[in-house]
Structures are given as structure tokens and as C-alpha cells.
Design a binder for this molecule. Sequence first.
Ligand SMILES: Nc1ncnc2c1ncn2[C@@H]1O[C@H](COP(=O)(O)OP(=O)(O)OP(=O)(O)O)[C@@H](O)[C@H]1O
Length: 247
Amino acid sequence: MLTVSQVNLEHRLKNISANMSAGECWHVLGQNGAGKSSLFEVISGLLEADSGVVELNGVDVSAFPISELATKLVYLQQHYALSFSLSVAEILRFYAGHIDIPSEIEQALSISTLLNRKLNNLSGGEQQRVHIARCLMQAWHAVKNGEALILLDEPIQSLDVVFQEQSLAMFKALARKGNLLILSIHDVNLSLRYCDHVLMIKNNAIFCCGAANAIMTADNISELYDYPFSEVTSKNKSEKFFIRSPL
Ligand SMILES: Nc1ncnc2c1ncn2[C@@H]1O[C@H](COP(=O)(O)OP(=O)(O)OP(=O)(O)O)[C@@H](O)[C@H]1O
């Protein structure tokens, strides 16, 4: 269980509170600059809030020794720059201690074919696949047992459509195992398909928070982005979509 209580951070987060439970798959939505990455930084314990508390299973995240957090917290940051030239295998060995890629990760991200390549020579999407893999593999013992907190800041940025679908499906399956998974994303239709809970942040404060089927409405999405969306259902009425009006 993750409890975020009245977290404030100057110019970045205003009185954010939320309760999230193990086994849930949360998507965080909001405009550029809304505060999504800032919230992830505070939840991960990397950034201290001006006020408020973040507790993981009743313990303040800042009280966890970093060595313990590293084994149970997965945090994929939005930006990650490596200024020296390492192969993908060397990177996985550095973060995970081995290059035995778990089958779930290999199926979703096809890492094995990249092992001998230098990270800096990979395309943007290939690099992103490696970053997702190295983060998950670092805490894989907890992830495979469904005991991890998984924070992913825009994990599908740069991925092509197939890797977007495969990785979002893997993240949802990891939540089903018992992990608490929280990711930020800008595609509302992929969110509709792959999350069960949504946190909408607007102007650095919570706009809406809760079960996706209750709050993923065209009205809420339109107000969140200050942009008109309408809702449609597929011909067989099995799936709902949001359509963005042209400017
Ligand atoms: N290190 C920092 N110091 C001061 N202000 C910052 C810092 N990082 C971000 N901000 C500001 O905090 C606000 C929230 O930024 P944040 O990166 O959390 O937004 P975001 O919702 O993740 O946006 P995006 O969708 O563009 O990634 C923005 O106004 C941003 O300019």
C-alpha cells in the first residue's frame, strides 16, 4: 500500500494525496508541466517534499535504506543519459548482476538481439526498451514475487506501436501479480485499454483520482487538457475510445 498525504513542493505539487494498493495498475495523466515527474521523484524518495508524507506499507519512504529501496522499488526516470559507452549486456550486468533476461521482459521488449550493441548506438526506441528492462531486472526478485513498487515515467515514449502494446500489457500483467504499478502516459486511449486506476493532475494539483471506469470520461479528459474530446464505442460496443477534435 502506498499512501501519499498532503504532499507540497514549491511550484510543482499542491497538496497531493492518494492511496494506492498492491495489485493496482495506475496511469498518471496531465498536461506538460502538470507535476507527474515531480510526483514520481517524491514517491521514489529521490526528492524531499516541502511538506507531506509518502508511506510505503506504513513506513516513510525516506526512512528506507537506499540498498533496501533498490531491491523493491523500480523507478524509470523520464530522462536518462549515459555519457560513457557500454554495451547492453554490460548495462544489464551493472544493474541486475546478470544477463538472464526474464521471459516476460524478453517477450515484451526483445532485448536479447541488442545485447552486444553499444547503448549509445541504438535508436531512441531501442534505448528505451533497454532502460525499461534494466530497471525491472534490477528489482526482478521483488517484481516476480509481486512485491515491488514500479514507477515508470513515460515508459512508452519513443516505442513503436507494437512495443507500446506489448510493454503496456506486460506492465498490467506485473500489476496482476501483486506489484503496485504507476506510470505516466500521454495517450488516453492506451490508458483506457491498459489501466485500472487513473490519477489526473492539473496545474500541479489532483484533478481526479480513482477507478478508471468511473473517471475516464470525455468531460474529464477535455477539462484535464483544456481540449475537446468526444467518446465513441466500437461497432460491437466492446471498447470505448476518445476522439480528439481537430483545432
Ligand atoms: N528541478 C526542477 N526545479 C524546479 N522546477 C522544476 C524542476 N523540474 C520541473 N520543474 C517544474 O515543475 C513543474 C512540473 O514539472 P514536471 O516535470 O513534474 O511535469 P510533468 O507533468 O512531468 O510534465 P511533462 O509531461 O512535460 O513531462 C513544471 O512547471 C516544471 O517546469
